[in-house]
Structures are given as C-alpha cells and as structure tokens.
Design a protein around this ligand. Sequence first.
Ligand code: KG4
Ligand code: ZN
Length: 359
Amino acid sequence: MVEGSNSQGRDGTGGAHPPIILGIDTSCDDTGVGIARGEEVLANVVVPQTALHDRFGGVMPELASREHLEVIDEALESALRAAGLELSDVDAVAATHGPGLVGALLVGLSYGKSLAWGLGVPFLPVHHLQGHLAAATGVKPPFLALIASGGHTALFAVRSWSSVEELGRSRDDAAGEAFDKVARLLGLPYPGGPALSKLAEEGDDHGVKLPWPMAGSKGLEFSFSGLKTAVALLLERQPDVDRADVAATFERIVVGSLMEVTRRALEATGLRRLVIAGGVAANRRLRQEVAALGAELGVATTFPSPALATDNGAMIALAGRLALRGAANAASDDGAEPSEGHDQTAALATDASPYLPLA
Ligand code: KG4
Ligand code: ZN
C-alpha cells in the first residue's frame, strides 16, 4: 500500500501544483482523515464514535484509542477514494500531535509518521488548535478566533500565520464540556450540546436563576464549571424544575459569557474580523449572537463550514499546508512574505511525539 515518493508534486505537466496534504486527527473520539490540495479540501472523512461512548456519558479514552486503530485504514481508503487520488499522490502527511487523549493521539500520530516515512514525504506534526484556526479557509489574518469545542475554549489573536497569540482560555471546563455535563444532568444523550440546545428551544431562558460566570471580570478568561455545579445543585434542590427552562437559561448564559469575553477581546485588540471554530460553533443561539455582535461592532464574522469546524482531518491537512508554506518561505531568500506562513522552522522542529498536556 505504501509506495513511491512524490515530494516534488505532480500535476502531470511537470509543473508545481499546490501540495497535496493528507491530514489525520485522532485527538479525541472522532477518527478524521482529510486531504487538501492547497486550500481546497478534496476529502474529509470523519468516523464518529458517538455510539461507542454514549452509554458512558462521555469519552472512554482506551475505547477511543482502540476504535481509532480499528477504523483508520478504512478512513484513509475512503478519503483517497473521495479525492480520486492514490496514496502515491500525497506530498506530505500531517497529524495532530496534541493536545488530546494521549492513547488516541498516538494512533494517528504513529500512523501518519509511518505513512510519511514509507512514502518518503515530509511529516508535519500539527497542534490541534492550529488545525481549528486553519479551518477558516479563505480568511486571511489578522483576525480574532474563538475556539469553543468539547476540549477547548480559548481566544486567539491571529495577526499573521506566524504570529498567533493566545489571549485567554477557560480556567476549567470548556464550553462544549459544560454543555455535555449539564446535558447529562438533564438526562440527555451524549454528546449533549445539540440535545440541550434543542430542549432549550422549548424553555424560558430566564426561567431559573443561575450565576453568571466570572461576573465583574474585565479579563479574557472563561469559566464554566461554577455554572455547571449551580445546575447540579438546582436539580438536587428542585427535582421538579422545568428542564427546558434550565436548558434555555444555561444556554443563554454560556453563549452570553462567550460573547461578553469575545467582545472585550475585539475591543482590546482592535481586530476587525472574528472567526468562530469548534463544535459549539454549531449552536444556533451562538450563531445569532455572533452575527448581532459583528453587526454592532462593524466586525466581519466567519464560521468555518460545520464539517470543518468540528474535529476533522482536513483542518489538520490545512494547518500542515501553512507549516509547509512557512518552511518554503523561511528557506527562500526571495523576499517571500514571511507572514504568509507559519514559522515552519518551529513547526518542523516540533518533536513529533505526542504532546502531553501535563508535561
Ligand atoms: O470540536 P468538537 O467536534 O470536538 C472537540 O474538539 O471537542 O466539539 C464537540 C463539542 C461537544 O462538546 C458538543 O456537545 C458541542 O461541541 N456541540 C454543541 C452543539 N453541537 C456540538 N454545543 C452546543 N450547541 C450545539 N448545537
Ligand atoms: Zn477540537
């Protein structure tokens, strides 16, 4: 299966074409294999593990790793089929090296490294959040990015692809994690975000009293675990409380808090474009409030397509492309605009072992 080297690029004419990059993400509970040619996504296969983890109400790390191993070959084959390519067409392989569940990461990382080695093409270790940022195709820095997923909630000032500054993150639970945990308290299935959001449509968003996260803070951090605990206490004290009201109030506060901190970051940085990525970007209320905030502040807003906003392999391929392009710029002395690429020297020097969040 693994044959040939294609590091010069192929377009059948001997000329250069945008590099074809295979991207792999196995950071959590979805096996993602995507293929990008330049900024064009040719394939984006995601094999979800929802049913596997549903009965536990959350992701079981060891089960996730085993399942990645089980399906990754087939995911790669489907991606190649969808793109109409052979493995030998691939110019570079990118895989998430972290952050994420270590066992799960190891599967995609080892798989990607072996593939690259076998093909004789560069291997590009990608930071998972760089992948989420790169999913904003068609958007050129500078922009502010809010990443809100099950694993992360953070704001980044992306001034150029080589200057990405984290402005603030959640001190505790990620927004999606809070949705999932509160959904579980409400007896809803995993992943809880979509189910909770649906229930919220039937409720009064001021129906119950819940605390506002980080009230009075002027900073750029988030916090959602106090809110989650408040829901748990409320349900304990008032078992008959209207669950739709709880869902609606909780959703209003999470989205409101995300917007409050994002507004502060826009005002503090003066950035005129906002990109929202991560699974929570699918939330209807969030989308409405982002649009309203953008209109009020005169800031352009962008949501990557849902398929690129949630965890997937194509975004890792896109981030790999930026890394590769940055390397080309760094290596050339033709005055190529350095801000157009990642600091590739750094990206290529990245230790291609799994990133250990606690290390
Ligand atoms: O980005 P993602 O697919 O994977 C992670 O990196 O975690 O995000 C998944 C998260 C889950 O926590 C899920 O509950 C949340 O995104 N989510 C939502 C909605 N759809 C997905 N949260 C709120 N409202 C939604 N409609
Ligand atoms: Zn993610």
